[in-house]
Design a protein around this ligand. Structure first.
Ligand SMILES: NC(=O)C1=CN([C@@H]2O[C@H](COP(=O)(O)OP(=O)(O)OC[C@H]3O[C@@H](n4cnc5c(N)ncnc54)[C@H](OP(=O)(O)O)[C@@H]3O)[C@@H](O)[C@H]2O)C=CC1
Ligand SMILES: CC(=O)[C@@H](O)[C@H](O)COP(=O)(O)O
Ligand SMILES: [Mn+2]
Length: 384
């Protein structure tokens, strides 16, 4: 029985994780969870799964919920998130919060010896060296939930990482994949939130539209699979059927395919090294029905954020921390209607240009750079 603590239970990945847990009561049990502001959904989840410990974001939410469920203890804030991440009765922690707020709970869970199922890619982007180093020292596995990384992880089962020629991350191209840069000038938040293949949280859907998502995934892959950036390619594939591929030294290419459904990589991370039945999904893959799959190279001028992410990743040190923090702030400003779609990338580029890299940063330095970057983006936004 895997006993799961789930960060971000009310989100898109969180809810699909709960579906998977519900399908397999003999294999999985939810013992602890966190939510942010969505108390209504939180209540429904607590009623259904009776977790022993629940963390909420604010003290106000904590005051509202704490007397309602006699068998559940409540905590709140950053401290609460950490308590859930390290809950004594959990053996696996699935991190499905959005943003670099996921970093510290991940590090704490690693220290507590929990297996990590990681959806929260920002954690690896902002401080991949600290996370992978802590995992190594504590003999803890980091199992990917992100669909591309799960695909690569699956392709690598039974293979030696030494025999990898390169990995190929597929990219749908997001909501605006068929538009020119000129056509991006006046796109709306609603247009951007309309992803062609995946139903996801707002932040990652915007990241997908700017292709920053793929850039973050390149950095995530660098850390997870210990590969230099030269061995990580991106390929546009608009159907999101091939979730990613590995090319080996002998020229063989192994790919992982499936309909776009996050329950598959979530379940694989939870059941690993076993596979379980997938009782409820939209549909299984029928290639004859699909007929044709499309591929093309990603244009780095068209998808500026992808280029910025490769450059930040290659530079290393604190540069990816800045990339991530600037992106989080710029995307939030776009979602709030404060800036246009193309301003997201110009803000990130401006901030990266001004940053002087600190090599091999400590956790304190990462936190400081993250905060400074957010403040700097705040001043840029104030002048708009
Ligand atoms: N959605 C997807 O299909 C995929 C997502 N990912 C990654 O998984 C992560 C989660 O994405 P997704 O599920 O789409 O995001 P959502 O926005 O749908 O969910 C985010 C979750 O995090 C909680 N949360 C947000 N901010 C905070 C905070 N400051 N403190 C505590 N909790 C917080 C939210 O709580 P509440 O809603 O209650 O406020 C919610 O439970 C991201 O890193 C994303 O990149 C990766 C691959 C696919
Ligand atoms: C489902 C998932 O893993 C997302 O990260 C997805 O990959 C987004 O799709 P694109 O970034 O390829 O548009
Ligand atoms: Mn992905």
């Amino acid at each position: 029985m895997k006993r799961i603590s789930l960060l971000g239970a009310t989100g898109s990945i969180g809810q699909q994780t709960l579906d998977v847990i519900e399908f397999h009561p003999d294999h999985f049990k939810l013992v602890a969870m966190s939510l942010g502001n969505n108390i209504e959904t939180g209540r429904e989840i607590i009623r259904k799964f009776s977790p022993k410990l629940v963390s909420v974001k604010s003290q106000e939410a904590y005051e509202k919920l704490k007397g309602e469920f006699p068998n559940t203890s409540f905590v709140y804030g950053d401290e609460g998130l950490m308590e859930v991440a390290t809950y004594h009765d959990a053996n696996i922690m699935l991190n499905a919060v959005v943003g670099s707020v996921g970093l510290i709970p991940t590090l704490q869970a690693i220290k507590a010896g929990k297996t990590i199922a990681l959806a929260n890619k920002e954690t690896l982007v902002t401080a991949g060296h600290l996370v992978m180093d802590a995992a190594k020292r504590n003999h803890v596995s980091i199992l990917p939930v992100d669909s591309e990384h799960s695909a690569i992880f699956q392709c690598l089962q039974g293979e030696s990482e030494k025999s990898i020629e390169k990995i190929i991350l597929t990219a749908s191209g997001g909501s605006f994949r068929d538009r020119t840069r000129e056509e991006l000038e006046n796109v709306t938040v609603q247009d951007a939130l309309n992803h062609p293949n995946w139903s996801m949280g707002a932040k990652i859907t915007i990241d997908s539209a700017t292709m920053m998502n793929k850039g973050l995934e390149v950095i995530e892959a660098h850390w997870l699979f210990d590969l230099p950036y030269e061995k990580i390619d991106v390929l546009l594939h608009k159907e999101s059927i091939i979730h990613s591929m590995v090319e080996f030294q002998d020229s063989s290419v192994i790919a992982q395919l499936g309909t776009p459904d996050m329950k598959v990589p979530i379940q694989y991370a939870l059941s690993y090294p076993d596979r379980l039945q997938m009782p409820v999904m939209k549909e299984r893959l029928n290639l004859a029905e699909i007929g044709k799959l499309n591929f093309s190279n990603a244009d780095f001028k068209r998808f500026r954020c992808l280029d910025l992410a490769y450059k930040a990743g290659k530079e290393g040190g604190t540069m990816p921390t800045v990339l991530n923090a600037a992106n989080e702030e710029a995307v939030a400003a776009f979602l709030n209607g404060r800036i246009s779609f193309l301003t997201i990338e110009s803000i990130i580029e401006n901030v990266l240009d001004k940053h002087h890299t600190v090599k091999d940063p400590s956790l304190d330095t990462i936190r400081q750079v993250d905060e400074e970057t957010r403040r700097f983006v705040g001043t840029l936004l104030a002048s708009k």
